[in-house]
Design a binder for this molecule. Structure first.
Ligand code: HEM
Length: 125
């Protein structure tokens, strides 16, 4: 069967559009969050370029792409930030807004389904 980038056999990573689209969505989400009055406190003093790369690597792995994630666990990397439930939901909402612009509905929902259970490791309240 000829390979088709967007058929159902393809990994979520491929159907999203690979690294270019993943990078765009992560970049938008982090830039928007880092300048959102309700979220920015967590990002103060954080190197956004490094963070973006780390999140892209992680989501690439989780969606079936051929990447290596060398960062910390979600528990360790967010512990000191004391992220609240409200902050987490707002961050995911920002993600959703970016996904709406750049990926299909099916792919958006699949990615959000991967993010949702990470809440318990990220949120402290
Ligand atoms: C499902 C949602 C989230 C995912 C997938 C995610 C993913 C990540 C990843 C992969 C890292 C890098 C860890 C490392 O390099 O060792 C990280 C760090 C970080 N995250 Fe998240 N995160 C999420 C939610 C949040 C939320 C809600 C906030 C704050 C509002 C946040 C703020 C940060 C900050 C500031 C860092 C950098 C910490 C540091 O460098 O000390 N994240 N996140």
């Amino acid at each position: 069967q000829p390979s088709k980038q967007s058929d159902n056999q393809s990994s979520l990573f491929e159907r999203i559009g690979g690294l270019p689209v993943l990078t765009l969505v992560v970049s938008e989400t982090i830039d928007t969050s880092a300048s959102d009055p309700k979220l920015k406190r967590s990002f103060d003093g954080v190197k956004l370029a490094t963070l973006k790369q780390s999140v892209v690597d992680q989501l690439c792995v989780l969606t079936g792409g051929n990447c290596v994630y060398e960062g910390e666990t979600m528990k360790n990397s967010h512990r000191d930030l004391k992220v609240t439930s409200a902050e987490f939901e707002l961050f995911v909402e920002t993600f959703r807004t970016s996904l709406n612009k750049h990926v299909g509905v099916k792919e958006k929902n699949e990615l959000l389904k991967i993010l949702a259970p990470m809440k318990r490791d990220i949120v402290t309240d």
